[in-house]
Design a protein around this ligand. Structure first.
Ligand code: ATP
Ligand code: MG
Length: 183
């Protein structure tokens, strides 16, 4: 049997985590980490790039936690690939909120939900986002979710999981989104 690599249990390293792939569970796994961090009295910030002001089940619960700040892009906003300039402006607006938080010492976990999607469409410049991630404090975990994570982000990350779709109720049976599972 192979011996496990020796590791120092006291060594702390904040991680860059990526959840990507075409299967379900990228965002919900990130929210699982949020719960875990909050249980450890860590301060957490979540930016939901795709959800707008509409409150899915998790958002209703999030309101009840101290130590958790959540932001989402404005009302009625939809990403419109027909109008990339507008999408870039919206992504920029979100990024101006996120960037100072990434560089501050205020949080121990930041979740950027669906940022991979934003990067893969070029709505935010990859270099700028990655440079900021490189400068983040050593005490801050960052979780990036979404399909099509760019290779450069995967290379920078410490923990990358690809969700693989084996079966999906909508794809395979046209079963619509179910409460408690999708929202
Ligand atoms: P969740 O937020 O439930 O963890 P996710 O973050 O992994 O899902 P997204 O790419 O954000 O998935 O997609 C959001 C929606 O698309 C969800 O309602 C999800 O169920 C649905 N979805 C995910 N994978 C598939 C698939 N392979 N086929 C069809 N729909 C899918
Ligand atoms: Mg998601």
């Amino acid at each position: 049997m192979k011996k496990r690599a020796a590791s120092d249990p006291k060594k702390r390293k904040a991680l860059i985590v990526v959840h990507t792939g075409d299967g379900k569970g990228k965002s919900t796994a990130a929210y699982g980490l949020v719960l875990r961090a909050l249980g450890n009295k860590m301060k957490v910030f979540v930016m939901q790039f795709m959800k707008g002001q509409w409150k899915a089940g998790e958002r209703k619960m999030f309101d009840q936690f101290d130590g958790l700040e959540v932001d989402a892009l404005g009302d009625g906003f939809t990403w419109d690939t027909e109008n990339p300039e507008q999408d870039k402006a919206t992504a920029r607006k979100a990024w101006e909120i996120i960037k100072p938080k990434l560089l501050s010492d205020e949080y121990q976990m930041i979740v950027l939900d669906e940022i991979n999607y934003i990067l893969s469409y070029g709505f935010l410049p990859e270099d700028e986002v990655l440079d900021t991630l490189r400068q983040k404090p050593e005490t801050l975990h960052v979780v990036c979710t979404g399909r099509n994570a760019p290779d450069s982000l995967i290379a920078l990350a410490d923990l990358v999981t690809e969700m693989k779709c084996v079966k999906h109720p909508f794809k395979d049976q046209k079963i619509p989104a179910q409460k408690g599972i999708e929202f």
